[in-house]
Design a protein around this ligand. Structure first.
Ligand code: FES
Length: 89
């Protein structure tokens, strides 16, 4: 028996809309759009620990930058990977 498929999350990265299964790592969603987010501490075979903060992106809502390696996509998520704030970080 198979599990229930994940709900769809409609997200926007750098103005590009994308639909992914909810919980898809943001880093992976960005890669499907050809957007490369730099990483240092991330490894696909390890649990993300978000220590280096090299992969931070700026969400449209919220005050803090979020690590793309440790955040799962949810419906309505909108982020920028190259805003001035991200560049400074
Ligand atoms: S790659 Fe280090 S916090 Fe994301």
């Amino acid at each position: 028996m198979t599990g229930t498929p994940a709900a769809a999350a409609h997200i926007t990265i750098d103005g590009q809309a994308l639909e992914v299964p909810e919980g898809t790592p943001l880093l992976q969603a960005a890669a499907t759009l050809g957007i490369e987010i730099p990483t240092l501490c991330y490894h696909p075979n390890l649990t993300p620990n978000a220590i280096c903060r090299l992969c931070v992106v700026e969400p449209s809502r919220g005050r803090t930058l979020i690590p793309a390696c440790a955040v799962g996509c949810f419906d309505g998520l909108q982020v920028s990977t190259d805003s001035p704030r991200v560049q400074r970080a």
